[in-house]
Structure formats: C-alpha cells, structure tokens
Design a protein around this ligand. Structure first.
Ligand SMILES: C[S@@+](CC[C@H](N)C(=O)[O-])C[C@H]1O[C@@H](n2cnc3c(N)ncnc32)[C@H](O)[C@@H]1O
Length: 260
C-alpha cells in the first residue's frame, strides 16, 4: 500500500530527490529514476537479474555509438553496480567508427538531419574506461560480425545510438549471425525514435520493422509493462525501451523474472 502511494506524484518526486543523494542501490535508482541514464540503468539491471535467474554467470552490455563517451562511461559504472548487486559478471563494449557518422545519401539514413563526421569519438575516452569495458573501433558492418564470431557470453542489454538506418540494421545483426548469443529477453534502448522528424520509413524505426519482417527466431517489440520496473513509466525514455524476444523456448528461458 505504502509502495503504491509512494509511486503517486508528488511523493514519487520526493522519492526521486531522496534517492539521488547518498549511496543507494541500483535497484532503488531504477525504481525512482535516480540514475544518470535511467534507460541504461534499467536495461543493465534487468539483464543482470535475468541472467542470475537463468544461472548464466556472465553477460555483455553494449553501447552502439559512443561519441563523447559519456554514455559508455555511465554504462560501465552502472554495470559494475549491477554486477555487485546480482553477482552476474558484466562485460561492457562500446562500438564506434571513431570518426563520427559515415557518409550517406540514402533517404532512409536521414541525410536531411545528419552529416558525415557528426559526433566524432572523443580520443580520450579509452583512457577513462574501467577494466571491464572495451572500445571496438570501425564500421559496425565489419566489427559486429567479428565480435559475434568470437562471442563468449550472451548479450543482455544494448543501447542503440548509431542514428542511421543503415548502421542500426548492421548492428542488429548481433541477434542473427551464426554464433549470436543473447538472453531470451534482451533489453534494448533506441535513442532516435521520439523526435518530430522520426518516422517508420527511415532511421531506427525502419531498422526495427525490417528486422522483424526478416527474422523469424527473434522479434523486437516495445517493452510492455515497464511500469512494473519504474515509478516513472511516463517518462520519454521509458517509451524508447524495447525487448528482443527469442521466440524458441528453451528449458532455461522458461523461468520468469520477478522485479523489483
Ligand atoms: C549520437 S552519437 C552517439 C552518442 C553517445 N551514445 C552518447 O550518448 O553520448 C552516434 C555515434 O554513432 C557512430 N556511428 C554511426 N554509424 C556507425 C557505424 N556504421 N559504425 C560505427 N559507428 C557508427 C558515430 O561515430 C557516432 O559517434
């Protein structure tokens, strides 16, 4: 009852403020939207808990599109917290060209909006990463197949922030290439789907639609029931959360995740 009451405004704003100061668990930060990037916090904590439930000792968390590095650094910090809370080991990877957006005149890549070289990588990022975080440089069309071929743990969370349709399509091969490994429900965040110029015929939204049309074994859908995980389910970021569902049911994927 108290829990329900606390979720109502203005109590939830008070809970958010109180959780932002002092040392609180990542679980509390997720519930009260008190993490620096709440979308990353929810994604990585969900993945770590699901892996624990499925008795999978190690998972991978990815940011596609690194640029300034602030997102990757935040993901690394939150992954360390999720690891401490759940016991699931988390390896963090950032994928980036190193030289900003690739050139494209394809209307599906929004050349009306983006230019080649936008958002170049901050060269100092690599020196700020912790020992569990790696930067993989190059076009994702080349680096993702190599990464999957050598993959040793399932992906549990991926933040998609490559901006372009073509780059996002290439990155989503993460779930379809031979040797691809993912949690049966892999959390996803799509950064470029909620602005006025976004539509289903270009960009990340088109990449999702095409992926679902062409892939039978895995389907990407909006994260339904997100209010179970955060008291701020009406925030914009919550509408950008998706889940990649592996449709084949295995004995391990049958277990249910209780959260928080
Ligand atoms: C908007 S920025 C990422 C911002 C970052 N996620 C953050 O929150 O600070 C987009 C990035 O995607 C990268 N990118 C786009 N297409 C790519 C591709 N095909 N291969 C590798 N990197 C790509 C660009 O280099 C650029 O740094």
């Amino acid at each position: 009852m108290l829990h329900r009451l606390l979720r109502e405004p203005p109590f939830r704003l008070l809970a958010k403020m109180l959780t932002r100061v002092g040392a609180h668990s990542l679980s509390s930060k997720v519930l009260w939207e008190a993490a620096e990037r709440p979308q990353y916090a929810l994604g990585v904590l969900f993945a770590a808990r699901l892996a624990k439930e499925l008795k999978i000792p190690e998972i991978i968390a990815i940011e596609f599109g690194v640029a300034s590095g602030e997102g990757l650094l935040a993901l690394a910090v939150m992954s360390a917290q999720a690891e401490e809370e759940t016991g699931t080991r988390i390896l963090v990877y950032g994928f980036d060209s190193g030289i900003g957006l690739p050139p494209s005149s394809d209307p599906r890549d929004h050349p009306d909006k983006w230019r080649a070289g936008d958002y170049p990588l901050d060269p100092h990022v690599r020196y700020r990463l912790n020992r569990n975080t790696r930067l993989i440089l190059g076009d994702v069309a080349d680096t993702v197949p190599k990464f999957v071929a050598a993959q040793t743990a399932p992906v549990g969370f991926a933040a998609m922030d490559l901006d372009l349709y073509s780059s996002t399509r290439a990155a989503l091969e993460l779930f379809t290439l031979p040797n691809a490994q993912m949690l049966p429900k892999t959390a996803l965040y799509f950064d470029d789907i909620v602005q006025h110029f976004n539509h289903s015929f270009a960009g990340e939204l088109l990449a999702i639609d095409e992926f679902n049309l062409e892939t039978a074994a895995v389907k990407i859908d909006r994260w339904r029931g997100i209010q179970e995980f955060t008291a701020f389910s009406d925030s914009l970021w919550a509408s950008q959360m998706y889940i990649a569902h592996q449709l084949a049911v295995t004995p391990t994927s049958r277990r249910e995740l209780a959260m928080p």
